[in-house]
Design a protein around this ligand. Structure first.
Ligand SMILES: [Zn+2]
Length: 204
């Protein structure tokens, strides 16, 4: 199902556990969490809405459809086929998602992202060292990655489009450059500085 020889890697990828490097003090952490729950206006409305729906468990994943008696040949994840398709699997546990977060972390030059819950994933930027602008950009990138993963999943399920990990990560970089750069008014950010995530060059 997955191109570029990714299938083997995805299926064999172990469940990773990572410790985030920086934890703000309790008071500043609660303020940061409050900020994290606010709408991120650096991404399109449709992107923020998707994560809001996921957080409320309102995504039409196969297990949710089965509970509503909507018949499907299988409730297994259509990407890896190894576990029932639930929100936590698609965005956290699936080998594809783990590979995406690993590559996004490398690109953004941060410790590997990991969370035990979807809501925790939306707060990963709170525990990452950097300026407020950097944290907001990272939050936006996480939202865009979630949107791209779900879109790739839908294209595979409904159109038969095979998933390529490298194409998916490339799309996350391109969409985030297009959307965040203009909304955040990061006019000095070049495609080169974005793809190498040079925060000084980007203006974060
Ligand atoms: Zn899967």
């Amino acid at each position: 199902m997955i191109q570029d020889g990714v299938k083997e890697k995805v299926q064999s990828a172990p469940l990773k556990r990572h410790i985030t490097p920086h934890r703000p003090r309790p008071r500043s952490r609660s303020r940061a969490r409050a900020r994290a729950r606010r709408w991120n206006n650096w991404v399109p409305r449709k992107v923020g809405l998707l994560s809001w729906r996921v957080a409320l468990n309102r995504l039409p994943v196969l297990t949710a459809l089965a509970r509503r008696n909507i018949v499907s040949p299988s409730v297994l994840c259509p990407i890896c086929g190894e576990a029932p398709e639930v929100v936590a699997h698609i965005f956290l546990e699936c080998g594809l998602a783990q590979s995406v977060w690993e590559m996004v972390s490398q690109w953004c030059k941060i410790q590997p992202m990991y969370s035990f819950s979807f809501k925790g994933l939306l707060e990963v930027h709170v525990y990452t060292r950097g300026s407020a602008l950097f944290m907001k950009a990272l939050h936006g990138i996480v939202l865009i990655a979630i949107w791209c993963i779900w879109r790739a999943r839908n294209d595979m399920v409904f159109k038969g489009v095979k998933i390529s990990l490298h194409k998916l990560v490339g799309e996350i970089k391109a969409k985030s450059f297009l959307w965040i750069r203009s909304r955040a008014k990061l006019q000095s950010a070049s495609w080169y500085s974005w793809t190498s995530f040079d925060s000084g060059g980007i203006g974060l």
